[in-house]
Unconditional design. Structure first.
Length: 426
């Protein structure tokens, strides 16, 4: 160091600079850089001890900062002298200094290979607790003057205190992060429990209706074993059975998807107009006569429109969207087809209801989310989530568009094809 620079003032300047660094990794590198600069060393590294005291001392060494030295160099056999010096410092708790390592008895291969002359190791100690070692070296003989050997312990002592403080800050932040994570998990668990309680209640209610129809129908048939069953009774039972089956399939799909499983698909060419017509008839038949008069249904999908999909899954999507329109919409419920790109078209299910709040539209397809949670309309919050999962499994996308008092339009894309096509969608 230049004689014009007071080493004490320089030490104070360095200690002030390291005191303001709280991030542990940044602090360690900053300490090492400042030490190398002050002592005019050529290389250096800072090692900390693993807190596991059951390990041998040599295995506890961890390189945490390096200056012109890779962390992997510590494991190289060529650094046996350096390791020996470091272990002496760790075991004895005192500084180690070599003025000319090449002239010392039995110099190591690393000293000869790299031409090391000056080596300076300083322990990092706080309240008699060994934290690690600060190591510096140079190929210049007697590079580290007496004032270096006098100043470095003070720097190391202040550095050890800063390292201890940084560790405490890091531990406190980690504890706070863990506490926050525990609170988030507890909140998520409570939310999940409430959602599941509501889900079980609503699912039981939804299944109760069709199962009651089937139960009453069977009871009526049992009382009239010699008479032909009325056609409308059989139709009601069939509709209710299909309704119950679809509800169960939705719940099973939801459970499977939440466990990370994928939906099974059976690809085939499907005539979309006919499939939509079946779903409209199914939904209309299921409606109570008093509510049926509030709706009209339009199948605006052109006949002979062919798509490539899974029939059961596609009907599941359309059914859920139609039932959603009936629950929250009114007036005319339409199913239309719009062109997309060369490979896909968009199917739109629209209603003339009150619409969906704008701030809820981005979350409509989230699991358990309901745009109007306090509404008298019952729902599990799974229907639209399942729609999104199925559509994406079919390789498509789903979207919603709505304005207040102007209804809602749900759209999803499907792969289109010709009747004779047998290729799968991209």
């Amino acid at each position: 160091m230049s004689s014009t620079v007071d080493p004490i003032l320089r030490l104070l300047e360095v200690t002030r600079s390291i005191t303001g660094v709280l991030d542990l990794d940044q602090l360690l590198q900053h300490i090492l850089n400042q030490a190398v600069e002050m002592m005019k060393a050529e290389r250096g590294y800072l090692l900390l001890l693993d807190p596991d005291t059951s390990l041998p001392m040599a295995q506890r060494l961890q390189v945490r900062a390096a200056y012109r030295l890779g962390a992997e160099d510590l494991l190289d056999e060529d650094f046996s002298l350096s390791r020996t010096a470091i272990l002496k410092v760790l075991s004895g708790g005192a500084s180690h200094h070599s003025e000319d390592a090449l002239r010392e008895p039995n110099p190591s291969h690393s000293v000869e290979l790299f031409g090391l002359r000056s080596i300076l190791c300083e322990p990092l100690v706080v309240q008699d607790r060994m934290q690690g070692v600060l190591y510096l070296d140079s190929r210049i003989i007697n590079r580290f003057s007496p004032w270096c050997r006098e100043v470095l312990p003070s720097l190391a002592s202040q550095a050890a205190i800063c390292i201890e403080n940084a560790k405490l800050v890091s531990q406190r932040e980690e504890a706070m992060r863990q506490q926050y994570a525990d609170q988030v998990r507890a909140l998520e668990m409570e939310t999940w429990k409430n959602a599941m309680a509501a889900f079980v209640s609503i699912a039981s209610h939804d299944l109760k209706g069709p199962l009651t129809v089937i139960q009453n129908g069977l009871a009526l048939l049992g009382r009239r074993p010699d008479q032909a069953p009325p056609e409308d009774l059989l139709q009601d039972m069939e509709v209710s059975l299909l309704r119950a089956r679809r509800l169960v399939e939705d719940y099973l799909d939801a459970a499977a998807l939440q466990q990370g499983q994928t939906l099974s698909l059976r690809w085939e060419n499907l005539e979309l107009h006919q499939l939509v017509q079946l779903e409209l008839a199914q939904v209309e038949t299921h409606l109570h006569p008093k509510k049926r008069s509030n709706f009209s249904f339009v199948n605006a999908v052109p006949p002979d429109t062919w798509v490539y999909a899974d029939a059961m899954r596609l009907r599941q999507v359309i059914s859920n969207l139609l039932e959603n329109a009936i629950k929250y919409g009114r007036g005319t419920i339409s199913v239309r087809l719009y062109p997309g790109d060369e490979a896909r078209s968009w199917v739109e299910v629209s209603d003339e209801g009150p619409g969906i709040p704008l701030d809820s539209q981005d979350r409509l397809f989230d699991r358990y989310f309901r745009a109007e949670p306090n509404s008298s309309v019952r729902g599990t919050g799974l229907g639209l989530w399942i729609v999104r999962q199925v559509v994406e499994a079919l390789g498509g996308q789903v979207s919603v568009s709505s304005q207040p008092a102007r209804g809602a339009r749900f759209s999803f894309s499907l792969a289109v094809c010709q009747p004779a096509s047998s290729t799968s969608p991209a």
